[in-house]
Design a binder for this molecule. Structure first.
Ligand SMILES: [Zn+2]
Length: 313
């Protein structure tokens, strides 16, 4: 056995091209661990998913593949986009794998690489706590089979020669559910906005749904309208809803501020303001890839999916 391992942080190739300027943190007090919820995803795949979500690309500072490859994501000093409300002072590491439904253990290769990476980070920032995403926000990530206690001991596992590879089930994309067609909800009251509020709403639609079709963009407006009408959010005005703490990611990750709404978005926002609710009263939406792991997925009623978004009441 040996505690030696080659420690190398590799750059994804082809390189991840970030569509935004990556800001640097000013504080580092925690390491937050995640899983990909996929055994096969590459950094480029996750980069694309996070771009779709408006995160401005790969949200983690680092990632560790099941074969022990360590990838640089945003880099060690960067402001990540991985744990809502907790990105300003933490380093996010994602492990390839599905540790919510895997019944076999994390491979030694991945475990030892993760431990080496955490030791490296702590050699720079001191003995900062090691947390799971679920310790910070309501989520199952990084999954019940993630060896959190063992990781926290930071001892490499003795490596035995691998005779046969784990029998792993190939990762399948989430099965597409049959999608009920959105239907009008006549309960939604009309909304009149100032020019300033209208611009803010267009920015949010750009940040959340610029890649969606016309209905997908209008659905974001309907969720916001439903929130204004709902007693649940104690926010009765548009700006209160948009800037409510821990709600819309674009407010935190800067996408809202750099938004450049185009004519199609403005048209769809206006259309959604003057039409009946098309969202069946939805109050939440997430990217469909988080349909099993997001807080909304675990605590709310799924209503339907439309393009990249799952909607919940
Ligand atoms: Zn996570």
């Amino acid at each position: 056995m040996s505690n030696q391992m080659n420690f190398e942080i590799r750059q994804p190739s082809p390189a991840l091209r970030f569509p935004v300027t990556i800001n640097q943190r000013t504080r580092t007090t925690r390491i937050i661990l995640h899983h990909y919820h996929s055994e096969t995803a590459t950094p480029q795949d996750v980069h694309a998913w996070h771009n779709d979500r408006g995160f401005g690309g790969f949200g983690y500072n680092f990632a560790v593949d099941m074969d022990g490859t360590i990838w640089e994501g945003r880099g060690i000093g960067a402001f990540g986009v991985h744990t809502a409300g907790n990105n300003h002072d933490s380093i996010g590491i994602a492990c390839q794998g599905r540790y919510d439904d895997r019944t076999t253990a994390m491979p030694d290769t991945q475990f030892n690489a993760l431990v080496a990476l955490i030791r490296h980070i702590r050699s720079i920032y001191g003995e900062i706590p090691i947390l799971g995403h679920r310790d910070v926000t309501a989520t199952a990530c990084p999954g019940q089979h993630f060896p959190m206690d063992e990781v926290r001991r930071l001892e490499h596992r003795p490596v035995t020669p691998i005779v046969q590879k784990d029998t792993m089930t190939a990762c399948c994309p989430p099965t597409e559910q049959q999608v009920p067609t959105p239907t009008p909800n006549p309960a939604q009251p009309p909304l009149t906005l100032t020019d300033f509020e209208l611009d803010a709403l267009c920015r949010m639609v750009w940040a959340e749904a610029r890649g969606e079709d016309d209905l997908g963009q209008r659905l974001v407006v309907h969720v916001i309208r439903n929130r204004i009408a709902s007693a649940e959010f104690s926010a009765s005005r548009l700006l209160e809803v948009l800037f409510q703490v821990r709600q819309f990611a674009p407010v935190r990750d800067g996408a809202f501020d750099r938004a450049t709404p185009d004519e199609r978005i403005r048209r769809n926002v206006q259309a959604a303001l003057s039409e009946p609710d098309q969202s069946q009263g939805a109050l939440f939406f997430n990217t469909v890839r988080l349909r099993e792991t997001s807080e909304a997925a675990q605590t709310r009623t799924h209503v339907f999916d439309h393009m990249g978004h799952s909607f919940y009441r």
